[in-house]
Design a protein around this ligand. Structure first.
Ligand SMILES: Nc1nc2c(ncn2[C@@H]2O[C@H](COP(=O)(O)OP(=O)(O)OP(=O)(O)O)[C@@H](O)[C@H]2O)c(=O)[nH]1
Ligand SMILES: [Mg+2]
Length: 278
C-alpha cells in the first residue's frame, strides 16, 4: 500500500512552522527568523519515502489583516486548511495557549492534532498537546512523522505527483529571493522587516557561473539608507550570506548583485504584490 496526502501546518507567527517543515524534510525549504510573519506564501515541503509521499504545506502565521498582503497571507492559510488530509496546529511551548488560540483550534476541521513546539527550551508552559517536539534537536519528530504517514490516504498504486528527489514546489529563484529576505530580516531593525520584498530580475545559469540580480524593495526612502548601511556594509553582509547559500544550492559559483528600491505602500498594491509573487 502507498500513502499520499497533504498536511497543513498552521499556527501563530513564530510558532515554529517553517522550522518543523525543514526538520521533517531534511532540507531548507522555508526561511526561518525570529521576526513575526516571516512566511508569506504557502510553501510545499515534500517528504519522500519508498511507500509514501507527504506534502507539507507551510503557511503564514495566523494574524489580523492590516493590508492586502495580510489578506493574501490569510487566504493562503484558509486554503491550506480546506484542502488537506491532516492539520497540524503548532503552538509555541514557551507561551501559554490562550483562549483565542484554543477557540481557533476548536474551529479547525478534523482530522487535526495539536503540536507543542520548542520543547528543548526553558520555561515551558503547561498545556495538553497530542505531540511535543523540538525541531532544533529532533525530539518527537520520528513519532510525529510516523503518525502523519499513517494518517495519509492509501492506494494500491504508486501515483506520486512529485519526483523522488523533489523536496519543494518552489523554484530556485524563489528560494534565493527568500534567502535574501531572511538575511535582511535578521540584520535589520524592528521597523523595517515587514516592508521588505525581494524580486529576482536576472537568473542566468552559465557553465561556470550563475549571475543573479535581485531587487530588495523597501517602503520608505529612509529605509533605503538603513538597508545599504554605512559604506554599503549592511547590504554587503546580506549579499555575502545569500551568495554562499546560492553557491551551495546551485553547486556553482554565483555572482549576486542586489539593488535597493523604494516602492511606497507596495503591500496594498495589487500590481506590486503580483510582481513579488504574492
Ligand atoms: N529552541 C528552539 N527554537 C525554535 C524551534 N523551532 C523554531 N524555533 C525558533 O523560533 C523562531 C520562529 O521559527 P519559524 O520556524 O520561523 O516560525 P514560523 O511559525 O514559521 O513563523 P512565521 O513564518 O512568522 O509564521 C525562530 O527563531 C526559530 O529558530 C525549536 O524547536 N527550538
Ligand atoms: Mg514560517
Amino acid at each position: 500500500m502507498y500513502s499520499f496526502g497533504y498536511v497543513g501546518i498552521i499556527g501563530k507567527t513564530n510558532a515554529g512552522k517553517s522550522s518543523l517543515v525543514n526538520a521533517l524534510v531534511g532540507q531548507k525549504v522555508a526561511i526561518v527568523t525570529n521576526r513575526p510573519q516571516t512566511t508569506r506564501d504557502n510553501i510545499l515541503g515534500v517528504l519522500n519515502g519508498e511507500n509514501y509521499q507527504v506534502v507539507l504545506v507551510d503557511t503564514p502565521g495566523v494574524h489580523r489583516s492590516k493590508n492586502k498582503l495580510d489578506k493574501k497571507m490569510m487566504k493562503n492559510v484558509r486554503s491550506a486548511i480546506s484542502g488537506v488530509d491532516l492539520i497540524l496546529y503548532l503552538a509555541d511551548g514557551t507561551k501559554p495557549l490562550d483562549e483565542e488560540e484554543e477557540e481557533y483550534y476548536a474551529h479547525l476541521p478534523q482530522p487535526k492534532v495539536l503540536v507543542k513546539t520548542k520543547i528543548d527550551k526553558k520555561g515551558l508552559k503547561n498545556f495538553d498537546a497530542d505531540f511535543e517536539i523540538s525541531s532544533l534537536n529532533g525530539t518527537g519528530l520520528e513519532d510525529l512523522k510516523n503518525y502523519i504517514i499513517d494518517k495519509m490516504p492509501k492506494s494500491e498504486t504508486k501515483n506520486f505527483p512529485f519526483e523522488e528527489d523533489d523536496y519543494t514546489d518552489k523554484s530556485l529563484r524563489f528560494i534565493v529571493a527568500e534567502e535574501i529576505r531572511q538575511n535582511a530580516l535578521n540584520i535589520l531593525e524592528d521597523e523595517i522587516p515587514h516592508g521588505i520584498a525581494v524580486e529576482i530580475e536576472r537568473f542566468e545559469e552559465k557553465e561556470n557561473l550563475t549571475i543573479i540580480e535581485a531587487v530588495l524593495v523597501v517602503e520608505e526612502e529612509r529605509h533605503k539608507g538603513i538597508v545599504i548601511g554605512k559604506g554599503g556594509k549592511t547590504l554587503k553582509i546580506i549579499g555575502q550570506k545569500a551568495r554562499e547559500f546560492a553557491e551551495e544550492l546551485l553547486g556553482n559559483k554565483v555572482l549576486l548583485k542586489i539593488f535597493v528600491k523604494v516602492d511606497k505602500d507596495w503591500r496594498n498594491s495589487d500590481n506590486s504584490l503580483k510582481k513579488f509573487g504574492y
